[in-house]
Design a protein around this ligand. Structure first.
Ligand SMILES: Nc1nc2c(ncn2[C@@H]2O[C@H](COP(=O)(O)OP(=O)(O)OP(=O)(O)O)[C@@H](O)[C@H]2O)c(=O)[nH]1
Ligand SMILES: [Mg+2]
Ligand SMILES: [Zn+2]
Length: 302
């Protein structure tokens, strides 16, 4: 990326995600649909941002997790200070917060990459002002991720994001796993081996990228909070084994966004939908905090 700093003077600019040259006034990359404002904002800052990707199957809770995480950062939870770059960075958290305030879960993320939310934040801990990190956190659709895993190069944006991520938050549906479903375990395995194929040049070397495995919907199985490791070992054993053999820097977490759920049906439809009666955030910041500590090289100083 040596052309990166010189490109302001040219008629085109390389996309930060896929490096494709785009006209200077393009709003999204013609190749991968990433917002070009990320490039403009990073040029204005004079620093190259790092990518933290939230990955996981459709319906696992990525959108809700990321929306609440960003909102917590914006509200200075955990001594963080966070500055959004561009109005586009605020849309995701606004969507999630306003839906939840109306007691509805936010809608499923569309498969088309040009409709994803992207957040670009400068983050630092208060008291450590020299430790600003610039983070790009896209909200991908689980179905697009599944399509890319099944058929690599379907979504080049995902391949580039996974390949360039400095940290990964891998979300798993703990409620399904606790019910004895093998689906989350198999999806996680596929995801891990996909990451492995994208990341490693030498196959005998383990992946070093800090990877937080996050057990979502732990309100359904509160034992996850006490001991996420033991839960993964017992209920997601294939994933556990793959982590041990291929990933050098993995940690396990549990999270939940709801305190209580109601269930409702419509007269015209015969399925039950969960209603979030009140928001109670648990374990949202911890995985992010861990990844950031790994990036800043300060190890486990929590
Ligand atoms: N009980 C419970 N349900 C949750 C929690 N988080 C998410 N959910 C449920 O999971 C559903 C999916 O959440 P999303 O954040 O939209 O999932 P996603 O991973 O973004 O899904 P895609 O956009 O399809 O990739 C929500 O509509 C809720 O029903 C949680 O902490 N507790
Ligand atoms: Mg989503
Ligand atoms: Zn691109």
């Amino acid at each position: 990326m040596s052309s990166y700093h010189h490109s302001t003077t040219l008629e085109t600019m390389p996309c930060l995600i896929c490096e494709m040259e785009n006209p200077i006034n393009a709003s999204i990359c013609s190749e991968c649909s990433a917002p070009m404002s990320i490039v403009h904002d990073s040029l204005a800052l004079g620093r190259k941002p790092q990518i933290i990707s939230v990955i996981g199957e459709s319906n696992v809770g990525k959108t809700i997790y990321l929306g609440f995480l960003l909102d917590m950062l914006a509200q200075r939870a955990g001594d963080y200070e966070a500055i959004p770059k561009g109005a586009y960075s605020i849309d995701l958290q606004q969507t999630v917060i306003s839906h939840m305030a109306n007691r509805i879960f936010p809608p499923k993320t569309p498969m088309e990459a040009n409709q994803w939310y992207w957040a670009y934040y400068q983050v630092a801990r208060r008291g450590a002002p020299n430790k600003w990190v610039d983070l790009i956190m896209p909200d991908m659709a689980g179905e697009s991720l599944a399509a890319e895993i099944a058929n690599p190069e379907t979504f080049s944006v995902i391949r580039n994001l996974v390949g360039k991520s400095s940290g990964l938050l891998m979300l798993i549906d703990a409620a399904l796993a606790a019910n004895g479903s093998s689906r989350p375990d198999f999806f996680a395995m596929k995801l891990m081996s996909y990451i492995d194929s994208v990341r490693s040049d030498r196959h005998e070397e383990r992946i070093k990228t800090p990877t937080a495995v996050v057990l979502c919907k732990s309100d359904y199985c509160p034992e996850c909070f006490n001991d996420p490791r033991t839960f993964v070992k017992a209920n997601l054993n294939r994933l556990w084994n793959l982590c041990e053999s291929r990933f050098e820097n993995v940690e396990f977490f549990a999270c939940s966004v709801v305190g209580s759920l109601g269930f409702a049906t419509r007269e015209t439809e015969n399925y039950v939908i969960p209603i979030p009666l009140h928001t109670a955030l648990q374990g949202i910041l911890e995985p992010f905090d861990w990844v950031l500590n790994q990036l800043q090289g300060s190890g486990k100083t929590r």
